[in-house]
Design a protein around this ligand. Structure first.
Ligand SMILES: C[S@@+](CC[C@H](N)C(=O)[O-])C[C@H]1O[C@@H](n2cnc3c(N)ncnc32)[C@H](O)[C@@H]1O
Length: 262
């Protein structure tokens, strides 16, 4: 099934009453989680131990082939994360949930294995690793997952292992490059914040220009440049109502179309 999302449906990710853009903006503006000054009274715990303690393995709604370590309460986990790090202004724990865009790409990859089978795959801004795990389950030659959040990288390791696949995850920001040498570049739910979207489109265009297949999933976020994409599929994706203010989100799987050169 194909479809598109009208402009009126565009939404931002909201969290704790603030727009995801504002929170992500704070993060981008210089409050990264690399600064790990523990406050008195806090104790260090490995990222993997923290992920395990904060989540429980749960089949992903709409993608039951994949089981992820997910949290029940987003706000409580965010506060716990800041306590554990001894910092405020940390990014939300995106890694503890399956976002609509990622769910849609994972569903599409699982139903269309020819997209990834025998190919090298990059899951950019991987969060929980859902998209990369789906690619690995469908026979990708290798899967690399890139994230800027160390907790996400820990979660991806745990989730890949739980699903019996290999995903090579690292804390890295690849957006100034072209995603090489991956033959397929996948991204779930990355157009929710203006500055991030402003870097993502050129990155995806460079990946495509060197010959990669570029596929993203998006539930009508505010900064998706949809005129640059062709719809491959549209789904009604179940989402966490506390995060999205709705139980279902119309979500499209998009393929980047070739840029018209003037
Ligand atoms: C809404 S989540 C989507 C996660 C996952 N793709 C999904 O659909 O479930 C967006 C993710 O992008 C990550 N992110 C933001 N900027 C990034 C960058 N420059 N490089 C890699 N990851 C980034 C965040 O840490 C966050 O985990």
């Amino acid at each position: 099934m194909t479809g598109s999302v009208s402009k009126g449906e565009a939404t931002a990710i909201t969290w704790r009453g603030l727009s995801g853009g504002l929170r992500a903006g704070l993060y981008a503006a210089g409050m990264p989680n690399q600064t790990r000054t523990l406050l008195p009274g806090t104790t260090a715990m490995s990222d993997a131990a923290f992920v395990r303690e904060s989540t429980r393995p749960t089949p992903v709604p709409f993608v039951p082939e994949v089981c992820l370590s997910m949290a029940d309460d987003a706000i409580a986990l965010w506060e716990t994360t800041e306590e554990a790090r001894g910092e405020i202004g940390l990014p939300p724990p995106f890694w503890a949930f399956a976002w609509a865009g990622g769910v849609a790409v994972a569903r599409y990859v699982l139903d269309h294995p020819e997209l990834v089978e025998g190919r090298t795959v990059l899951d950019v801004a991987a969060g929980s690793g859902l998209v990369g795990i789906a690619a690995a389950l469908r026979g990708a030659k290798s899967v690399r997952a890139a994230e800027i959040d160390a907790y996400a990288v820990a979660a991806i390791g745990i989730n890949a292992q739980a699903n019996g696949v290999r995903v090579d995850a690292a804390v890295e920001d690849l957006l100034d490059g072209d995603g090489g040498p991956a033959e397929v570049v996948l991204a779930g739910d990355v157009f929710y914040e203006r500055a991030m979207a402003g870097r993502f489109l050129p990155f995806l265009e460079r990946a495509q220009a060197r010959g990669a297949l570029v596929v993203v999933g998006d539930p009508g976020r505010a900064y998706l440049p949809r005129e640059r994409f062709t719809a491959l599929a549209a789904y009604e994706v179940p989402v966490v109502a506390d995060l999205e203010d709705t139980a279902l989100k119309a979500t499209t799987v998009w393929q980047l179309t070739a840029a018209v050169r003037g």
